[in-house]
Design a protein. Structure first.
Length: 134
């Protein structure tokens, strides 16, 4: 689905939410993605996100601004309903960034790096079990 440059937001395994960010999502794709997230947050149900990224993933400056504004507006909802985000990456720089104190303090939910999708699923399931024991 790379050619559409859409951000995939797969809710089939809800409360596990899978997101894939293609290499260069258009600003329109970013707007659509944020509207999608608005809809999910309105359900007021706890969930865990697994995010994967194209190798050259990058938001445009205006898309980044859009995302930052959305994020600030929704911080409380994200804190309440996002149990965590597991980012699949092998990039040591990204792993350091995700694990940094700045990230921990700046994010309303935990962010955890995972080496591959299998590990990400294990971590996500662990976060969900803490929320939904039994």
């Amino acid at each position: 689905a790379e050619q559409f440059y859409e951000i995939q937001c797969d809710t089939q395994e809800w409360p596990l939410l899978r997101m894939h960010f293609p290499n260069r999502p258009s600003d329109k794709a970013v707007t659509k993605w944020l509207q999608n997230l608005d809809r999910l947050l309105r359900q007021q149900q706890p969930c865990v996100v697994i995010s994967t990224f194209g190798n050259n993933y990058q938001f445009s400056p205006s898309a980044r601004r859009q995302q930052a504004l959305w994020f600030n507006r929704n911080k409380d909802l994200l804190k309440a309903y996002c149990l965590g985000m597991v980012r699949v990456t092998k990039d040591p720089e990204m792993i350091a960034k995700i694990s940094s104190n700045a990230m921990r303090e700046g994010m309303p939910f935990v962010c955890i790096p995972a080496g591959d999708i299998k590990e990400a699923e294990q971590i996500a399931n662990h976060l969900l079990t803490q929320q939904y024991p039994g």
